[in-house]
Design a protein around this ligand. Structure first.
Ligand code: SAH
Ligand code: SF4
Ligand code: F3S
Length: 471
């Protein structure tokens, strides 16, 4: 048994880690043939990508996926700790599984992902959710086949969670959710320690994958007919800092662009270390998409300081202006937290004012959610919940007006769209533009999924555009 520990997780010492190749014991390959699994994913793109690895690992040991969890032999929850509601959703599901297990005691229940890294969660599972068969963390996903094997063989709860990152494992199997768009991890973990955020505790310190390994994966995706890669990291701009003296995110972005894959995206970028070189590469290469997610969190420098974000309203806007100026047609999206402890009406007004200036193309807005073990949890929170919710509503009204206003300006223009599928409801094709706009469209001719086609925009909505293929 190995339990997580936040004090250990908080240590910032630079550890040496090795890159090792994934390996699986021959004895467990296909051992569970005929068994069915259902996997639920609660978190960010990184969490979704982990699920793509988990599915492949389960397939290797013989499991098959089923859509309905009630028909599964194994239900696995890949969890997220970022806000309380993600947390509550996973515990709600555990409640339902408790009932299911009363009717079908033989089913297996497992929990992994970021919540597994939280001491308080693991303690609660050991005390009140004894029916959970196994728990493993974000640092030992590659060991999962052995953990499940042990849980079945020994028929007792297995808790295997490491507080600190392990070696970087290359060659994990993957079953990708999409045939045209692929996630590629470039850096794991986060060193930023924004005061509200739990990620550095659940994902460990920054560790970059070797550039050769990343470029090889991208080349294989090109060969397999993929049209788009999204380079993933909690802060992709830190890429390479832990590994190289003279190779950074700008260099990697350029090398990935040169692979010839039609579309390159990346997420997430912290405004603090977004370099001019990155901006130049985005501007120079047509296949690096002109769409940047640049979380601001707050428009008040005072609140940004409390959040430990390392930039000010002014320096953020300077970067924002530079992007708009140097990258033609770029769209910028953001994340905003309202109701951070100490946020006064005046600070919130500054956030609204910043939104008026930036007129974002998309924004994810949240009410601050205190996370156990983070510095912000201990700050004196003077803002009543009702007030926070009101602020969120006011903010949402404002961001939505700009989504629609920006989309309206696109009516009559032609956007390149990757054909991703046909929506059942509308019987229209759908896909995303270079600038990351969702487009529903019609075509006189039948289209191949995975093609990139010009679409003339005929109507605009807040969250999507309508159009027809421009022939
Ligand atoms: N690495 C990314 C963030 C990942 S979390 C970055 O730094 O941009 C995604 C978003 O969740 C954050 O940008 C933030 O807006 C929000 N978030 C994180 N912790 C939160 C908390 N404790 N309460 C509310 N929102 C939070
Ligand atoms: Fe969290 Fe900040 Fe790291 Fe993003 S940069 S994952 S918000 S600590
Ligand atoms: Fe959630 Fe972990 Fe991602 S906390 S947002 S799943 S890194």
């Amino acid at each position: 048994m190995k339990l997580p520990d936040f004090i250990e997780a908080r240590t910032r010492d630079k550890r040496d880690y090795k890159t090792v190749s994934f390996n699986i014991d021959e004895s467990i390959k296909n051992k569970y043939a005929g068994m069915k699994f259902h996997l639920k994913t609660y978190g960010c793109q990184m969490n979704e990508h982990d699920s793509e690895n988990i599915k492949a690992l389960l397939t290797m040991i013989g499991f098959e996926e089923v859509e309905d969890y009630e028909n599964a032999d194994l239900v696995l929850l890949n969890t997220c700790s970022i806000r309380e509601n993600a947390h509550n959703k996973a515990f709600g599901m555990l409640g339902r599984l408790k009932h299911l297990k009363e009717q079908r005691p033989e089913i297996l229940v497992g929990l992994c992902g970021c919540m597994a890294q939280e001491v308080s969660v693991v303690e609660e599972i050991m005390k009140d959710y004894k029916f959970v068969n196994f728990v493993f963390g974000t640092h030992n996903l590659h060991e999962f086949p052995n953990i499940i094997d042990k849980a079945i063989e020994e028929n007792k709860q297995q808790i295997e969670v490491y507080s600190r990152e392990s070696d970087l494992v290359e060659g994990l199997p993957v079953i990708r959710a999409n045939k045209y768009k692929a996630y590629v991890n470039i850096i794991y973990g986060c060193n930023k320690f924004c005061t509200y955020c739990i990620v550095p505790y659940t994902r460990g310190r920054e560790r970059s994958r070797k550039k050769e390994d990343i470029l090889k994966e991208v080349d294989e995706l090109v060969k397999d007919g993929y049209k788009e890669v999204t380079l993933l990291g909690q802060n992709v701009n830190a890429y390479g800092k832990d590994l190289y003296d003279d190779y950074n995110m700008g260099n990697l972005l350029e090398d990935v662009a040169k692979s010839g894959i039609p579309r390159v995206r990346f997420t997430t970028s912290h405004p603090w270390d977004f370099t001019d070189n990155m901006i130049d590469v985005i501007a120079k290469y047509d296949n690096v998409m002109p769409s940047i997610h640049l979380p601001v969190q707050s428009g008040s420098s005072r609140v940004l300081k409390l959040m430990g974000r390392r930039y000010t309203r002014e320096s953020y806007l300077e970067l924002f202006d530079k992007m708009k100026e140097r990258i033609p047609g770029v769209t910028i999206s953001t994340d905003i937290i309202v109701g951070f402890p100490g946020e006064e009406e005046e600070d919130f007004q500054q956030t609204l004012d910043l939104v008026d200036y930036c007129k974002y193309d998309n924004a994810f807005t949240f009410v601050f959610s205190p996370r156990v073990g983070t510095p912000a949890e201990k700050l004196n929170d003077n803002v009543p919940l009702k007030e926070k919710e009101e602020r969120l509503q006011r903010l949402n009204e404002k961001v939505n007006t700009y989504f629609l206003e920006n989309n309206k300006k696109l009516e009559g223009s032609v956007l390149d769209v990757l054909v991703e599928g046909i929506s059942d409801k509308k019987n229209m094709y759908y896909g995303y533009s270079d600038t990351n706009k969702l487009v529903n469209f019609i075509s006189n001719k039948e289209l191949e999924l995975g093609d990139i086609v010009p679409v003339k925009i005929t109507a605009s909505k807040t969250w999507s555009l309508d159009g027809e293929v421009d022939e």
